[in-house]
Write a protein of this length. Structure first.
Length: 448
């Protein structure tokens, strides 16, 4: 039975060390992979956010500068731009191109100023979300000094117990070491067991929340989460998240206004190019003589607007390319499917299993703590009866029994010696006692 207890204690201690290794190699590593994946995805989102913010701001600035130029050209083109030669070929050509240019400029309207305000509001929400993710990721790290400090006892404490069991097996006794095991190592083992059990319960709760997000699909739960934060359909941030969460299969494209604006800029630039090519073969003075109006301001305005329109067109093109599904959807799938719904669940299951088993083997170590003492107990059968009783066969117990018997013998000898000393000190009393006893016997005989 002693060997069974020691074997159980030894196996439990080794199991705790092995499970601690698995917890670090499988559980915490997978969780750290999830944290790293989310962090990298968040950093990519921050880069896209920063670039798109700069593009949106650039669109605002250039549009603000182009608006008065466009308005002045519209006012000019709305008038009769060639009144001297009505019905001539030059007049018809200039009027036709002027009307097309006017239509293209009027399509630009306010250069999507209202849409850019919505974009800025959505960008602010994205910045807030990425900041929160950064804070969460910085707190949830499964490597470093704190994790090392927590896991270190699960490697060291069982090793001390293993040493104690081996010493007991070879009957090696060290009072200081076993005091250290009983009053330091064992209480720490109790705390470690309690912590492992509580941590396994915490892992279960976190896995339950993560599973709820991933089941049946993340796309099914994303709208519910956003509604909890007060976001509703129709808001640009909500529509953008749902568009990419649905893998761009939703017909409600939140960037439709940007694509439309890109088409308007393309049309306006094309009309301005045509107008400028029309007058390229003539000088402003010749056009002014033929049509009867001053064309120099018109051409200056057209050239200025052409430059600004080209800038807006290139900027909107870059913004559209930046927000394409090929750029955004992989970020979503990496963070949600690979990170949260795969690596996180695998790591959490490993952590739960390892922590629960570590708490179980920790309780076994606590139950069989007496097995690390170098005292071999066994059941002894008494010759007088068939009952079994527990006896200790350690040499120290036998020595103590022998010393006890010697002390009892010495006490008995001491009592005899003291009696003899008293008798020697009082001999008269002894003779008187003897005489009185003799007289009593004589008088008793006469009486009879």
């Amino acid at each position: 039975k002693a060997n069974l207890g020691r074997s159980t204690l030894l196996f439990s201690s080794f199991s705790i060390i092995l499970l601690a290794i698995l917890l670090v190699a499988k559980g915490l590593t997978e969780l750290q992979t999830t944290s790293d994946t989310i962090d990298m995805t968040n950093q990519d989102v921050i880069k896209i956010h920063d670039e798109f913010s700069s593009l949106a701001q650039y669109l605002k600035d250039v549009s603000r500068a182009a608006t008065p130029v466009r308005d002045e050209l519209v006012n000019i083109l709305q008038q009769d731009i060639c009144p001297l030669q009505p019905g001539s070929m030059a007049e018809a050509t200039v009027r036709s191109v002027g009307y097309e240019t006017l239509g293209g400029l009027q399509q630009l309207d306010d250069f999507i100023a209202s849409e850019l305000e919505d974009v800025q509001f959505a960008l602010d929400q994205v910045e807030n979300a990425t900041t929160q993710v950064n804070v969460a990721v910085s707190k949830v790290q499964f490597t470093g000094a704190q994790v090392t400090a927590i896991m270190f006892p699960y490697f060291v404490i069982p090793a001390f117990i293993i040493v104690g069991v081996v010493m007991a097996w070879y009957d090696i006794f060290s009072e200081g070491y076993y005091f250290f095991l009983t009053w330091i190592i064992l209480p720490v083992m109790i705390l470690m067991t309690m912590f492992a059990f509580v941590a396994s319960g915490w892992v279960v709760m976190s896995v339950e929340g993560n599973s709820d997000f991933c089941y049946p699909t993340p796309e099914y739960n994303v709208p519910k989460i956003m509604e909890q934060y007060g976001l509703q359909p129709g808001q640009l941030y909500y529509d953008v998240v749902m568009f990419y969460a649905q893998q761009c299969t939703d017909n409600n494209n939140p960037w439709a206004f940007l694509e439309e604006y890109h088409g308007q800029l393309t049309n306006a630039k094309s009309n301005i190019d045509v107008f400028l090519k029309l007058v390229a073969g003539q000088t402003p003075e010749q056009l002014s003589q033929e049509c009867g109006i001053e064309f120099s301001p018109v051409l200056e305005l057209l050239n200025s607007l052409l430059v600004q329109t080209t800038i807006l067109l290139n900027t909107s093109t870059r913004a559209m390319h930046l927000m394409t599904c090929s750029n955004i959807v992989p970020l979503y799938t990496n963070a949600v499917y690979e990170g949260m719904c795969q690596n996180n669940l695998v790591g959490a299951h490993w952590c739960f299993a390892c922590l629960l088993l570590m708490s179980f083997f920790g309780m076994l170590c606590i139950m069989f703590r007496g097995a690390y003492y170098p005292i071999d107990y066994f059941y002894f059968t008494d010759e007088d009866d068939d009952e079994k009783s527990l006896y200790s066969t350690s040499e120290s117990d036998e020595v103590e029994d022998e010393e006890g018997e010697e002390i009892e013998n010495e006490e008995e000898v001491g009592e005899d010696l003291r009696f003899e000393e008293v008798s020697a000190d009082y001999p008269l009393q002894d003779s008187m006692v003897t005489s009185s006893m003799g007289n009593a016997d004589r008088y008793g005989a006469e009486g009879l």
